[in-house]
Design a protein around this ligand. Structure first.
Ligand SMILES: O=C(O)CCC(=O)c1ccccc1C(=O)O
Ligand SMILES: [Mg+2]
Length: 331
């Protein structure tokens, strides 16, 4: 079977810029692609790389799309190289979705699709859509988290994630204390350092979490990717769980970390990890404690990512897809 390929770059501006220990992120760029078979059946895909996280760059993804013929085959799609993981995801999910109309995305039209995936569209709700999954809401970094959680709580979120390793540690520990004090007892909180702590600071944070009366669900990626053995030591030294995220950005990294003995939490970002079929294979072979997470994709990649989450997550972990409040407008 041959599929006609079309693709378009898109850009969406964050309502509030995303602040992590990697810096400030203002605009989410991605590529939307459409496959059409000879019967006119359409499949949508989205390539949403994050190069600072370990995937290809948007430019590399665009170059890859541009050098493809106008008509492509399944063989081409399943042989996309491992250094283009977001492309593997985008093309494979378009192929998988061919002719399906799940979640009201079953349109063949670019303009209709554009409206459906825009942040202001009612079909990309800011509250979680009905599904067996529970959702975690991403709080803004710094002090803004102290009041922002309330509106998210009202939308129905009960799990929250707060970025750390962004400001001064003493200041952040104070804010953390205030946040813990103000959150209802039934709320769950996870912390995400984006690799921004040093070994000493990681000890300080884990100690602070272990000392609380309530449980912090986990600390995500406390140390940089090259400090795997230190993170393994930390995960054995503290009661608070540690989740790897940047360390397992791609399937190869996921397999490597598992091989090297990681049995704590794994954050899985389906849209950048690589081929969905190989991700399924990995989950068939290994029972891992996985948390599925967004990369600020549109409803197109989100649909496939959440389908994978519903299929593959074993443990009762909220998925990190409560992020729509970060988006405002299309560019
Ligand atoms: O996982 C979540 O809860 C929200 C998504 C998120 O934090 C994120 C989104 C884009 C890029 C990196 C990250 C991250 O987890 O570090
Ligand atoms: Mg993270």
């Amino acid at each position: 079977m041959r599929y006609q390929l079309e693709f378009r770059p898109i850009a969406r501006k964050f309502r509030r810029s995303l602040v992590t220990s990697h810096g400030i992120w203002e605009v989410r760029e991605a590529i939307i692609l459409r496959l059409t078979d000879i019967n006119g059946k359409v499949g949508w895909g989205e390539i949403a790389p994050i190069s600072w996280f370990g995937s290809e760059t948007l430019e590399q993804a665009l170059d890859f799309c541009r050098q493809l013929p106008k008509e492509i085959t399944q063989e081409i799609i399943y042989s996309i190289p491992a250094h283009l993981p977001a492309c593997q995801f985008g093309f494979e999910s378009a192929l998988e979705g061919l002719g399906t109309g799940d979640w009201g995305l079953g349109t063949g039209d670019w303009e209709v699709m554009k409206a459906k995936t825009s942040p202001s569209s009612p079909s990309s709700p800011s509250s979680p859509p009905p599904s067996p999954l529970t959702y975690s809401a991403l709080l803004p970094a710094g002090e803004a988290a102290l009041h922002q959680w309330r509106s998210l709580w009202e939308e129905g979120y009960r799990t929250f994630k707060w970025k750390i390793g962004v400001g001064e540690i003493a200041e952040e520990l104070k804010l953390f204390d205030s946040l813990i004090q103000s959150l209802p007892a039934s709320a769950k909180l996870r912390l995400d350092a984006n690799g921004g702590l040093n070994y000493q600071q990681a000890h300080t944070w884990l100690q602070a979490c272990d000392n609380l009366a309530i449980e912090i669900e986990f600390i995500e990626q406390p140390l940089p990717v090259d400090q795997f053995s230190q993170m393994l030591a930390l995960s054995q030294a503290y009661g608070t769980a540690i989740a790897l995220d940047e360390s397992v950005a791609t399937l190869k990294q996921l397999a490597d970390c598992y091989e090297k003995g990681w049995r704590d939490v794994f954050v899985i970002k389906p849209a950048i990890i690589g081929s969905p079929s190989r991700l399924r294979q990995f989950f068939q072979q290994h029972e891992i404690d996985a948390v599925f997470s967004s990369v600020f994709e549109t409803a197109i990649a989100r649909q496939t990512a959440l389908k994978l989450a519903a299929e593959l997550s074993l443990h009762n972990r909220a998925v990190g897809f409560g992020v729509n409040h970060f988006f405002a407008q299309e560019l």
